[in-house]
Design a protein around this ligand. Structure first.
Ligand code: ADP
Ligand code: MG
Length: 576
């Protein structure tokens, strides 16, 4: 528990003033509360003298009032701080998540991340707020009550603290079990969240393959296991509380018996006896609260570990400490002996390639030949396993990825639209883009006509809660997005695969202007797209097997020539 508090100390430290104030309220509240039984003793012992009795009664009411006021502020301040820390932690978690590399998301389930960001974060807040507060409150109550009892009658006090070792033992043993079981519960909740998230994302597939029942069954199984695990936790908790209560009940009995004898023997006053019993009563709540607090602390620390798992992840691609500035980029690209291995043999093997500034390189090849892998290296979505990629002669690993990416207009093979207007989607990442700039980008991408056909035009909502664009419209939105940035380097990864040949040609004519003067890497299956490029390379199993201009490659009679012939034949057939 303490080591987990250690990991959040920077958050606690940020609110040290408020914590000190809240802590002060806590001490005042506990003091007022601990003094109450003393007043009760005074009142009982002065039963016969009316004036003193009224005075003690007055003190008692005063203390109750003070206790109430400080208790109120203690809760407002300390619980408030736990909300502030929750706010900070959630922000930090999001800021961290958004920095992590694609590679992290490839091996982590979205539902798992969501579970940690919600359920676990809440458990941490419960630990830092009510958990810590009641921990200190109850500890102090214990200490004060026992200190006062010892002063009044130390023998009786010894009987009163007798259950303490047993309680500590129970807390330690049960605490460990609760921690383990709660850890399992949170892991299972992650599984459930992931399952739901995947099912919702893949709802079309489930429908199309009639898997509703099967998925329902699988979900039910998970859900049942989750509930069973929860019940296992409730079982230990259910044992824990009565055990604590039984311990204190027995102590009550002993104190009543021994104390009663003391009173009869005239060793202590009736007032002291009543006071002792009040203190004992006062200790019942902390004992019960202790069980609850231990529970909160164990849950919180299990959850904090799960959140720390995320926070400990470092983005595999980050700016080096001595980052070189790119300055004004001309756009000359060089791949120098580049090999990429995802762990199952090389996806790219010893690639040497130069793309002079302002020229267009087209890449063709079968699916899986490594085309996307090649272009993903440029914005550093991944780094080469060996070798280097250079821009204007500077190794990309020496520059800040953010600066690098601002130079690149990237249209990935699989694009993503946000739940926003189509104008907002095109202007993504470009602050202060004017409507005119957006329209021009849309026009160049061959999308303007489509947009004007929508009832709300550029204000049409797209993405999850808006209209669904066709594959080709999505691709063109992504192209417009890339063009709006007016990048030095433009990367089109199969960016026109979902439009027909005719539309493609229109777009290419528009694009020709935009591509002028920029370095372009263009992946496509269509000869009609790539034939104008300054150079064409053919990839096969991660190796460059052909390179040259359209004419040279047709002449060479390899893969490219065959592709060219096949597509010409198809075109002729279409014409008939
Ligand atoms: P292309 O774009 O030419 O279709 P890719 O570059 O996407 O080919 O893939 C090249 C090879 O690398 C394929 O065998 C693919 O399975 C593998 N690959 C691609 N991305 C990953 C990844 N993130 N993790 C592991 N293997 C990958
Ligand atoms: Mg690809």
């Amino acid at each position: 528990m303490w080591e987990s508090l250690h990991t959040v100390r920077q958050y606690l430290w940020r609110y040290r003033r408020g914590m000190a104030l809240g802590g002060l309220c806590l001490v005042m509240k506990d003091l007022a509360q601990a003094l109450q039984p003393l007043m009760i003793r005074g009142a009982v012992d002065s039963f016969r003298s009316g004036a003193a009795f009224v005075r003690f009664a007055g003190y008692l009411v005063g203390l109750a009032l003070i206790k109430g006021i400080f208790q109120y502020w203690m809760r407002v301040i300390l619980i408030g701080i736990s909300r502030d820390i929750e706010f900070d932690l959630r922000n930090d978690l999001f800021a961290h998540l958004i920095r992590l590399s694609p590679e992290y998301y490839a091996r982590t389930r979205t539902g798992d991340i969501m579970a940690r960001a919600t359920n676990d974060l809440n458990a941490v807040r419960m630990m830092l707020g009510p958990g810590v507060m009641y921990w200190f409150e109850t500890s102090l109550t214990f200490i004060l009550a026992i200190a006062i009892m010892t002063r009044v009658d130390w023998r009786l006090a010894i009987f009163a603290v007798m259950p303490a070792p047993a309680v500590s033992l129970a807390v330690i043993l049960f605490g460990r079990v609760i921690h383990d079981r709660f850890e399992k519960i949170q892991a299972m909740f992650s599984d459930i969240s992931s399952r739901v998230q995947e099912n919702l994302a893949g709802v079309r597939m489930i429908r199309a393959f009639v898997q509703e029942r099967a998925e329902m069954r699988r979900f039910e199984e998970l859900n049942r296991a989750y509930i069973a695990q929860n019940i296992r936790l409730v079982r230990v908790q259910g044992l824990f509380q009565p055990l604590l209560e039984a311990l204190i009940g027995v102590t009550f009995l002993v104190v009543l018996w021994v104390g009663g004898q003391q009173v009869l023997a005239g060793r202590i006053s009736v007032g002291s006896f009543v006071m002792f019993n009040t203190y004992m009563g006062m200790l019942v709540w902390p004992m019960i609260a202790l069980g609850w607090v231990v529970n909160l602390m164990q849950r919180g620390s299990a959850s904090l570990q799960r959140i720390n798992d995320i926070l400990r992840e470092q983005p595999s691609i980050a700016a080096p400490p001595d980052a070189v500035s790119l300055g004004a980029v001309s756009g000359a690209i060089e791949f120098r002996d580049v090999t990429v291995d995802y762990g199952s043999g090389p996806a790219l093997c010893a690639i040497d390639l130069r793309i002079p500034a302002g020229t267009t390189l087209a890449v063709v090849g079968h699916t899986g030949s490594g085309k996307s892998t090649l272009v993903n290296l440029l914005p550093r979505l991944s780094d080469p396993t060996s070798g280097a990629v250079l821009l204007d002669g500077i190794d990309l690993r020496r520059v800040d990825p953010a600066e690098l990416r601002r130079q690149i207009g990237f249209v990935p093979q699989e694009t993503f639209l946000f739940s926003a207007t189509i104008a907002g989607n095109i202007a993504f990442g470009v602050e202060g883009a004017t409507a005119e700039q957006i329209r021009r980008a849309a026009e160049m991408a061959g999308l303007a006509g489509d947009i004007e056909g929508f009832p709300l035009g550029y204000d049409t909502l797209v993405g999850e809660r808006g209209i669904t664009l066709s594959g080709g419209q999505k691709q063109r939105t992504a192209i417009a997005r890339a063009l709006l940035r007016e990048p030095r380097i433009l990367i089109l990864d199969d960016a026109l695969s979902a439009v027909d040949t005719q539309t493609e040609e229109q777009i290419l004519t528009h694009l020709a202007g935009a591509m002028q003067g920029r370095t372009v890497m263009l992946i496509s299956h269509r000869v009609s797209t790539v034939r104008q490029a300054d150079a064409i390379v053919v990839l096969e199993r991660g190796k460059i097997v052909e390179r040259g201009t359209h004419e040279e490659l047709v002449e060479a009679g390899g893969y490219y020539a065959a592709l060219c012939q096949k597509q010409m034949l198809e075109e002729e057939l279409e014409a008939i």
